[in-house]
Write a protein that binds this ligand. Sequence first.
Ligand code: 1CP
Length: 341
Amino acid sequence: MTDQPLLKALAGQAVEPVPCWFMRQAGRFLPEYRKIRQEAGSFLDLCYNPELASEVTLQPLRRFDMDAAIVFADILLIPQALGMKVWFEQGEGPRLAPPVEQAGMTALSEPANMSLLQPVYETVKKTRQALTPEKSLIGFAGAPWTVATYMLRGQGSKDPASLRALYYQNPELVETLLEKISTATINYLSQQIDHGADAIQLFDSWAGGLPETLLHRLCLEPSQKIAVALKKKHPKTPIIIFPRGAGPSLTDYAEIPEFDAIGIDTSTPWNWVKKHISPKKTVQGGLDPLLVVKGGEEMVSAARKLKQVFAGSPYIFNLGHGFVPHTPPENVALLMQAIRQ
Ligand code: 1CP
């Protein structure tokens, strides 16, 4: 599958035209997604329905010519496999029970119920079969810290400082939890690769705001451990790490050979990346997703500038975080045009 532009870029080539895909391209902003979502019942029912999940994965590629599809699933399926109840409150976000901070590790399943995730592997297989050979299929999971932030508190945390305080109070609990998530995640991603994922992305959406030592211990090291374990079994499958909010510590991520590409968030200065990250390391992302809500010339010129900054080095066009639900699809079409020009 080395004819895939995305894989070429992940192998360190500067590819022209620049390969692209977008975080949160599946689900959320497309009207055809909302229709299927209604048909499926709940969001989680949709994640566990290979037929419909595969359709949602393919929807953006039917409209736009991006180079990769990302499997429709969620980072919170792993907590379910670990024995937590997971649901989504309308307009509020995910809820998980019982919170590990209160219930402790013994409330989790031992061993994890990995067979629950079988439908995701079916989605991967079906989607890979439906994609043309030059398109890549990206499998993914949450990085352990990001998944743990939801498991510890039973919901998304609005207060990262309180999670840090929790770690200082009870490091054993947090570290045991990270270990448990990591083991399940290695198995989960390995199965996604076995079923046809061409590349993997680890989302560390809540890596921001940690002091350097904690960023290393809670985010970088557990993600590195997953990448090392995956590479042992699947040395050819590239891994993209997206440590949102890591700032200057991105240079530490870039030094880890098992991370084939580094995802940069909205607030990372592009020229800083050019200056501080080896030109051999593949970089992905950077465009403010809210600019795609705005659209027009401002979006187009930012996209051109981003392409220009990374021209001549291995780069994958993407956003600094995901599309928001009210992104107009016609702005995405215009963005694609600007990227392909
Ligand atoms: O229809 C709906 O209401 C569901 C919205 C939705 C969708 C489409 C959620 C709820 N998850 C997803 C799919 C999803 N989630 C994908 C595959 C589709 C794609 O990205 O194109 C991926 C990769 C994720 C990853 C994910 N889920 C992350 C990491 C990346 C990121 O966006 O930061 C996180 C943090 C989650 C948790 C999650 N899932 C959904 C919500 C509302 C949340 C909470 C987000 C938060 O706390 O702010």
